[in-house]
Design a binder for this molecule. Structure first.
Ligand SMILES: [Zn+2]
Length: 224
């Protein structure tokens, strides 16, 4: 079953299991709450400017996990604040853990004139933005089930934009892909990446999975 309820997409009702997706626009970045029956997962956290907006949206959601698609500041700058406020762990891949916990700055690259301009701005922002380390970490593995957090879905590795980028694939066929792809002008690979070949492979993987709907870190939801 699929329908609209308030500002929320109801994407699945099966055998008493319901999933609702609540987008929380945070400037140029998207944050999402995946609501299960009783528990929920927060996908990414936005920048510091939006921390209270995200916290307010989470107040009645019983968030059990804050899942970071990757370690860039516009996705994880509120991880410590929200983890402390909501009393739940933060999930991130082992490969991106150093971006969050040590504040390591890794460069991104781009192609073409526009790609290089965008990448230059991105690297300046990455360099100057601070990310607070988090106390409670859950390391995300490929194919890790999210059922213990109340969501019928799993983690999928989507490396390339960062080496440790991950997404979430719901049993219902919806996917959250962070910055593995974007939909700013039209759906495409992210304009900047740490490893171009891996980023391309991840886009190919998304095409092979062929999700029913794709929720990305920047831009509107899309289908393939
Ligand atoms: Zn990013």
């Amino acid at each position: 079953m699929y329908g609209r309820f308030g500002g929320i997409d109801i994407v699945s009702i099966k055998e008493n299991f319901m999933t609702e997706i609540e987008p929380i626009p945070c400037g140029s970045a998207n944050v999402y709450i995946i609501h299960g029956n009783k528990e929920s997962i927060l996908i990414d956290t936005g920048t510091e400017k939006y921390r209270d907006k995200v916290l307010n949206a989470c107040q009645c959601a019983n968030v059990r996990l804050i899942l970071l698609t990757h370690g860039h500041f516009d996705h994880c700058q509120n991880a410590l604040y929200l983890s402390t406020s909501l009393n739940c762990p933060v999930g991130i891949s082992a490969e991106d853990l150093e971006l969050l916990q040590k504040g390591t700055k890794r460069k991104v690259y781009g192609k073409g004139i526009w790609g290089n301009i965008y990448t230059w701005v991105s690297n300046c922002n990455i360099k100057k933005c601070k990310i607070d380390p988090v106390d409670s970490i859950t390391v995300l593995e490929n194919e890790m089930s999210l059922q213990e957090y109340g969501i019928d879905g799993k983690v999928i590795k989507l490396p390339g934009h960062t080496i440790g980028s991950v997404g979430v694939l719901l049993q219902t066929g919806e996917a959250f892909i962070g910055d593995a792809m974007q939909n700013i002008i039209s759906p495409s690979m992210a304009w900047c990446y740490e490893d171009y070949e891996k980023a391309e492979e991840s886009v190919n993987l998304i095409h092979r999975i062929n999700p029913k709907k794709i929720y990305c870190g920047h831009g509107k939801m899309f289908g393939l």
